[in-house]
Write a protein that binds this ligand. Structure first.
Ligand code: AMP
Length: 309
């Protein structure tokens, strides 16, 4: 079943203890789409400038990602630069240039209208809400955001949160959104803002899901669920780990015939698997050339990592 994703399609500059890159194709929608493409068909809505040419777009189309919803307009693509020199788990943003995203009005191509799943990747919550409104018939909507939007766009973000089946967000950001330092209390507060479920990403320490009574229709799951991350000897570039987690998570859910607590838990593991691949190389490099057997091998490793006899 196809997933439609709206979010940033960008150029990134990053510095990490392993080195630096001045210009990698990045963006939340790009990482999400590549990771999800191993599980299900993916369609992208976004905007790029004249600097984003056929070679850049081919990164997505080589993975059969449908890019007919990426508009090309005069100007420069979204640009983000970040540093992981102080903390590999959390990017320090050095600059964010919205560029062509500033005046973007999303249009849904007719071929995208039958998408059953919608992912609102990190971008201005006004754009997230706009795409949500234009896709009223989708079966499930998940979303992500970050400190940049939580800080100065809280009201717009609140409108997006009200209608989400699941919010995927970093642990620092969940605390910022709830204005609360304890994770469990913060999670409760964020669930009260509307999302039916909440997946909190803890970088190299895995992810925790919190559920509300509405998470699975009739089935109430009251215990949170923690999925591991893979301990790696070298994290080359953490950029995109969260979006790749989301791609593995939602891609797996969209590939399954039903949505149950057990599918949700497996999806958390597939999220961890795709996040772990993303950080092994700079940019999207590793996500461009995986195969299904590598993904399944790593999934088996994740099971071993947390299996209790
Ligand atoms: P993450 O998965 O959180 O590491 O996401 C990294 C990606 O998010 C990068 O490729 C950036 O281009 C993109 N990004 C950074 N800041 C923003 C923002 N304020 N809005 C949308 N996308 C962003």
């Amino acid at each position: 079943m196809a997933i439609l994703v709206v979010g940033s399609v960008a150029f990134d500059a990053v510095e990490t203890p392993s080195g630096r890159r001045d210009r990698c194709v990045g963006g939340a929608a790009t990482y999400f789409a590549l990771a999800a493409s191993y599980f299900t068909p993916v369609r992208v809505i976004g905007v790029v400038g004249e600097d984003f040419g056929p070679a850049e777009e081919a990164i997505l189309t080589r993975r059969s990602v449908d890019t007919r919803g990426i508009e090309h307009v005069p100007g420069k693509s979204f640009f983000w630069s970040g540093s992981y020199m102080k903390n590999l788990n959390e990017a320090q943003t050095l600059s964010t240039e919205l560029n062509v995203f500033q005046s973007f009005s999303p249009k849904i191509p007719a071929e995208y209208e039958d998408s059953e799943y919608l992912f609102l990747a990190n971008i201005d919550p006004v754009l997230q809400a706009d795409v949500r409104r234009k896709m009223p018939k989708v079966k499930m909507v998940c979303g992500d955001t970050m400190n940049y939007w939580i800080k100065d766009h809280a009201e717009n973000l609140a409108r997006v949160l009200r209608n989400l089946d699941a919010l995927l967000i970093n642990d620092g950001e969940v605390k910022m959104l709830a204005k609360e330092n304890n994770l469990v209390v913060a999670a409760r507060k964020v669930l009260a803002m509307g999302p039916k479920s909440l997946v909190v990403k803890h970088g190299e320490y895995g992810a925790t899901a919190f559920f509300s009574d509405e998470s699975f229709g009739g089935t109430v799951v009251s215990t949170p669920f923690r999925a591991p991350a893979l301990p790696l000897a070298e994290v080359v570039d953490p950029t995109g780990a969260g979006d790749s987690f989301a791609g593995g998570f939602f891609g797996y859910i969209a590939s399954q015939p039903t949505f149950t607590p057990s599918v949700f838990r497996r999806a958390m593991f597939y999220g961890g698997v795709m996040g772990s691949f993303a950080v092994e190389r700079f940019g999207t490099e590793r996500l461009q050339q995986l195969d299904t057997s590598e993904i399944e091998e790593r999934f088996a490793l994740f099971r071993q990592l947390s299996h209790l006899e």
